[in-house]
Design a protein around this ligand. Structure first.
Ligand code: DAH
Length: 339
């Protein structure tokens, strides 16, 4: 029996040391120390021993049991520690690893400039209105004092969709819609896309953007026009910007002006951007023609007003020193990501 006990002890010890996981250790515990285990079986044979042998053997079995229990718990702790270590290692966060860069969308430069312009005009009390891109001849030309034989109506300039339907060639059409629906005092801007059958090149595109402005009230004069547009130019181009008003002609304004600002690239010295002149033309404007007021049911003897049309694309290319207007429409991400 003693020999049997020795063998059990040795094989159990070996098996415990070779264990690789907790389940295997548990199996060994059951195999040797469980109710039907090998050591328990020996204890059950004790009855066959003599009265002298019994306590000696009993002690030996108990010692062996204790030893195995000790080994099992030792090994089990070891395995547990090892498992925890492995788990921690697998879950380690390497805080020195560079973070993943999340790409964030940005505003298109045209939108950035438009938002700035809207802020400027809103701070001067202007409302922002919208107008349709598909217009009738009536709003785009007729009411704006552009007679039927005016060259602007030429098929080469205007995209016609039907006899009287066209893609608006100017946001000025929104002036008429505004005056039809609002009564003075009127102070609005109408930003939007306009369309002309132009050949595409570095400075021309068949689609471009304008911001129309309209002020109508009693006693509005050219001084109001100058004040508003000078303030606008200084806020967009900086406080030292000089503004020049040149006489011009538009069918829907009288008198009419074109407005230049000192070139933001060379500050007026002359460079490629301003073609050596030191000035950049940014808008057309004038006092609303009495015929236009009349066509909208506003009495020109009581009310007067001024209007202006700003080219958003030109403003954007000069502000960001963009050499080709086509870049604004191609949506090349490498270009857009620079802003
Ligand atoms: N509609 C003109 C154009 O497209 C720009 C313009 C000039 C608008 C004078 C105006 C204005 O409101 O008063 O060239």
């Amino acid at each position: 029996m003693k020999q049997q006990l020795e063998t059990i002890k040795e094989t159990a010890k070996k098996a415990i040391l070779e264990c690789e996981n907790e389940r295997a250790i548990e199996e060994i515990r059951v195999k040797y120390l469980g109710k039907k285990g090998e050591l328990t079986a020996i204890l059950k044979q004790m009855g066959s021993l003599s009265a002298e042998e019994r306590p000696v053997m009993g002690q030996l079995v108990n010692e062996a049991k204790q030893k195995l229990e000790e080994l099992i718990s030792q090994k089990s702790n070891e395995l547990k520690a090892k498992a925890t270590e492995l788990k921690l290692k697998a879950e380690t966060v390497d805080i020195t690893m560079p973070a993943k860069v999340k790409k964030q969308g940005k505003l298109h430069p045209l939108n950035t400039v438009l938002n700035d312009m809207i802020d400027i005009f809103q701070s001067m009390g202007f409302d922002v209105l919208d107008g349709p891109e598909v217009e009738t001849d009536h709003y785009n030309f007729e009411c704006l004092n552009v007679p039927a034989d005016h060259p602007a109506r030429d098929m080469q300039d205007t995209f016609y969709l039907g006899e009287n339907l066209l893609l608006r060639t100017q946001t000025s059409a929104a002036q008429i819609r505004t005056m039809e629906t609002r009564k003075p005092p009127i102070r609005v801007i109408c930003p939007g896309r306009v369309f002309r059958a132009d050949e595409v090149d570095a400075t021309h595109s068949p689609v471009f953007h304008q911001i129309e402005g309209l002020v109508v009230d009693k006693g509005i004069t050219m001084c109001d026009l100058k004040g508003v547009l000078e303030q606008f130019a200084r806020e967009i181009y900086g406080p030292d910007t000089k503004v020049k008003f040149r006489p011009s002609f538009f069918p829907f304004t009288e008198p009419s002006v074109e407005v230049d600002v000192t070139c933001s690239k060379c500050s007026g010295g002359g460079c490629r951007v301003c073609k050596g002149s030191g000035w950049i033309e940014i808008l057309g404007a004038g006092m609303v023609h009495p015929n236009v007021l009349r066509s909208c049911g506003i009495d020109p003897d009581v009310y007067s007003g001024f209007a202006f049309g700003i080219g958003l694309d030109r403003l954007t290319t000069t502000r960001y020193k963009i050499s080709d207007i086509r870049l604004l429409f191609e949506n090349d991400k490498r270009f857009l990501e620079q802003f």
